[in-house]
Design a protein around this ligand. Structure first.
Ligand code: AVI
Length: 330
């Protein structure tokens, strides 16, 4: 897996101009800000270095982590119907370089797909997955786009003779945005998909026990994924977080309809970073991720607010996960 481009977009009312920083500079800056603020929180985008991406791939295979498996099943069972909505010679725009398994499922069912445009902030992963796909689909025009898809996007002009442009945003990655960020993402997607559609995966609200298990797996892979944030800071920023002094904490926050992940300090400790010292009390937490869960109607209403016209929705029989067809504005 890859960095998922979870950079907070500028919002109306933001006074700070965007600052250009190297990736390590941005991580140091955001970590210092997180340590200095109360409550402490940092963007989940920092999970996805090479090791975090490998841990996420392992999460996707866990028995408790139902979203990946369920979405794959939904796509497999409905590939023909989805492909019919896409129509002939469609251009696919994938937000994130994504799981090749999912895009292959669609490509195999589609009528002569014309082009595949994966967009990702991490050029290296993008180039690898694009090359792998190009080898297997020689007739497909594969054009990786290195960009942050949470910001305004400029995509290549449509291929002459191509059909509609269809966005693909699987995995319920949209759930890792705050609600205003999700709306902002949908507005950007609507602009680049004008006249086409968006196929997007959204995890559903369900029994909190199922959610709890999915984010507190028995093998401790999700805990390692969460703690990798601190391990990454030790590797890249020279911090000396003692990983065994932080506990993985994940729980469903019902009023906010989201699973939250935190790293909770097991004791009072001091962290040095960038010439500053930061005191962390016993029991104090660093909030590392929100994973929003949706109702079908709530998700469609949000899409509508961003200018989409909601179409068919595919759901598994246990109502764990949903895949939405949203018609983009004209
Ligand atoms: C990538 N994203 C949709 C995952 C999720 O479920 O929110 C990331 C994850 N965090 C813990 N487990 C998986």
């Amino acid at each position: 897996m890859l960095s998922r481009g979870l950079i907070r977009p500028l919002e109306a009312g933001d006074s700070e101009p965007p600052e250009v920083r190297s990736p390590a500079g941005a991580f140091a800056h955001d970590m210092m800000r997180a340590l200095a603020s109360r409550p402490r929180s940092i963007s989940p985008k920092y999970f996805y270095d090479a090791q975090g991406s490998q841990l996420f791939d392992r999460i996707c295979e866990l028995p408790e982590y139902y979203p990946t498996r369920t979405e794959l099943r939904i796509l497999t069972q409905n590939a023909r119907e989805i492909a019919a909505h896409m129509g002939p010679r469609a251009e696919i725009v994938e937000f994130g370089a994504g799981s090749l398994r999912k895009i292959r499922l669609l490509l195999d069912a589609m009528d002569r797909p014309a082009r595949y445009l994966p967009i990702d902030i991490s050029g290296e992963h993008l180039a690898q997955s694009a090359a792998a796909l190009q080898r297997d689909y020689p007739g497909l025009d594969v054009r990786p786009v290195e960009a942050d898809y949470t910001q305004r996007l400029l995509l290549p002009a449509r291929l002459p003779g191509a059909g509609q442009r269809v966005g693909f945003f699987p995995g319920s990655t949209i759930g890792n945005f705050t609600p205003p960020e999700a709306l902002h993402f949908l507005e950007i997607a609507g602009q680049v998909l004008r006249g086409g559609a968006l196929l997007v995966g959204a995890d559903l609200i369900k029994d909190p026990a199922v959610l709890h298990a999915a984010y507190n797996d028995a093998q401790g892979v999700t805990a390692a994924f969460n703690l990798n944030l601190l391990a990454r800071a030790n590797r890249e920023l020279g911090t000396r977080f003692a990983l065994d002094q932080f506990a993985h904490s994940a729980f469903y926050n019902a009023p906010h309809q989201r699973v939250e992940m935190h790293l909770v300090s097991r004791r009072r400790q001091k962290i040095a970073l960038g010439g500053e010292g930061y005191e962390i009390e016993e029991g104090e937490a660093l909030h590392t991720e929100n994973s929003h869960k949706f109702t079908v109607d709530g998700f469609r209403a949000m899409a509508q607010r961003a200018g989409f016209r909601p179409g068919p929705v595919w759901i598994d029989q246990d109502r764990l996960f949903s895949v939405h067809w949203l018609r983009a504005p004209n």
